[in-house]
Write a protein that binds this ligand. Sequence first.
Ligand code: ARG
Length: 572
Amino acid sequence: MLTIKKHISECLYNKYAVLCADPELTAEDFAGFLEYPPDEKLGDLAFPCFKLSRALRMAPPAIAAKLADGLADDIIGKAEVVGGYINFYISPEYLAGKLMPDILERGESYGSFDFGKGKTVVLDYSSPNVAKPFHIGHLGTTVIGHSLKKLHQFAGYDCVGVNYLGDWGTQFGKLIVAYRKWGSREQVEKVGIDELVSLYVKFHAEAEKDPSLDDEARAEFTKLEHHDEENTNLWKWFIQLSLDEYSKTYKQLGITFESYNGESFAAQRTDDVIKELNEKDMLRVDDGASLVDLEKYDMPPFLILKKDGSTLYSARDIATAIYRKNTYDFDKSIYVTSAGQSLHFAQLFKVVEMMGYDWAKQMIHVPYGTVSINGAKLATRTGNVILLRDLFAESIEKVSKIIEEKNSALENRDEVAEAVGVGAIIFYYLSNSRIKDINFILEDALNFDGNTGPYAQYTYARTCSIISKAGGVPDVKPSGADVTDPSEAALLKTLSIYPEKVLNAIDELEPSVITRYILDVCAAFNRFYHECQIVTADSPKVRDFRVALTACTRSVIGSAFELICMRKTEKI
Ligand code: ARG
């Protein structure tokens, strides 16, 4: 799909290439120079000519005049020279006569691409550590990861979402000891993962007083490593209990995974990794532990084996990387974790590269900032961590109350409250650049009058109710002459940028591009809604055009919601 920006930059580039005997810039550079002016009086897109001065040996206004000459076409309504700038105005004929029918025909697939066809992207996200609480810190990896998966699917890629469960390591030895000493099957069955967390917390408190417990735990883990039947059964049970709990949250978020192969799966493959590292003469023994030296690359060593010979997170990640390449032959392998693991991934990618795998450059770490909670009194049974489940429950309950006040007659209230309550948290979270630290304030996320999820969902519901009042989407053949109000033109232009935003979000691996764009669409639509009569318009032609424009808006918001894991509700 050709975006407007791409079209304009190609037209400009072609003219430049004729003027310049030896063009040093590319069409992509030209796309990068194009700006969206802050004021619509300065055009819909603007091209500054200053950077071409040296290559063309001309003053910017002269370049602007040369390049702009004869540029107008089906898409470019007008190319106006102002100083060293060319201001572009998209043709209303194109917006109404071409873009609108395109959106009406493609519906929610408008904005999608197929450049990913035949290529695979593996996305490692969520990946909680089993038997530990699923807390607010996991929100980032879970929703950013899933949104990146949706975005890549939208570009045609085959996507493999992997929940790389933290289901291996000495913590299972601890849990087994704690369970045998202080736990009971009935209690764990009744309370679930929370009981495992309490047992784990108790283990740490007791081990402070009696360090021999740590030795016991290590011994139990070693037994597990050697497939001891009783320990294996306990371990499997702990994992199942945890998955049962996580799956409730995943269901609320509408998230599914293609694979749950976690650290225990990788642990079966670490022997081969150690062998390979030894064959490639990459391991160095230091104080009994084995590591890969990365001093040359200004990084601390990558620890592979502990003193006692047991493998580490790092070794499992090397095994996993190789397994994924062999299994999926990925084009990209994406890991979404907190920025706290940036060094780990830089080391991992370097070590894989040193092993001679040129696909190391296809691995990408996507870090995100921390989340803290302020002002919201959220009760959790674990004290200092906020469970995602509790945060969702509180949000859903608050939305339920708001709905009761606003629209007590709403039929499927529970469903709507869940979509809006969970959506509010996702939207608030994904409004920020992912690397920024976030201070989460639930009241702000739920503000129906702010730039929030509920506001966006309300706008979506508004488009649905207009269309239903109008008796459906009319069959129209719009043309430029149908655009009679500036708010209609502005809304169409905003809708025209959607494919561009999808590309940006994929390039920058940044779902917030889509979240912010949804707010732009909502603002443009609400302006149109307040300035124009839609269903009540005087003439049937005007009315049909405006209802069709509303339908285009509904498709774009609906599609964008999908990309950031928000559920849609037709009524609120
Ligand atoms: N389980 C880890 C954690 O909770 C995240 C795993 C990320 N993925 C990976 N392949 N290392 O911190």
